[in-house]
Write a protein that binds this ligand. Sequence first.
Ligand SMILES: [Zn+2]
Length: 124
Amino acid sequence: MTALNTGMTTLTHNDWRAAGQDLFGSDLMSWRFACPACGDVANGHDFAAALSENPRTRLDGSVVQALDLLGSWCVGRAIGGTEPTRGCDRTAYGLFRGPVRVTLPDGRPPMFSFRFADTAQAAR
Ligand SMILES: [Zn+2]
């Protein structure tokens, strides 16, 4: 099953941030990512809305924020339920990683991200 890793893109963290800023500006909440499974395009405000309806906390009790999920979860996973109103339950990590691998400095393990939504989608 070579298709699993087809199209994986690797970027340094600096290049990834620069690409996002070029597309969407410096407000991370406005950055838009496309889910590779269902095609849903979501920004940070979509995740904030989902988390206001379905708040999440970590095991340590800290509250999950929109920017914790943006780019690494499909918004459907944050909306929750067996049939979310949009999106699906895909993440950018786990069995199906990426399709973007972002390398981090200082020997930290890479993070995985969905692709940025293209500018045509971002204009919606
Ligand atoms: Zn999805």
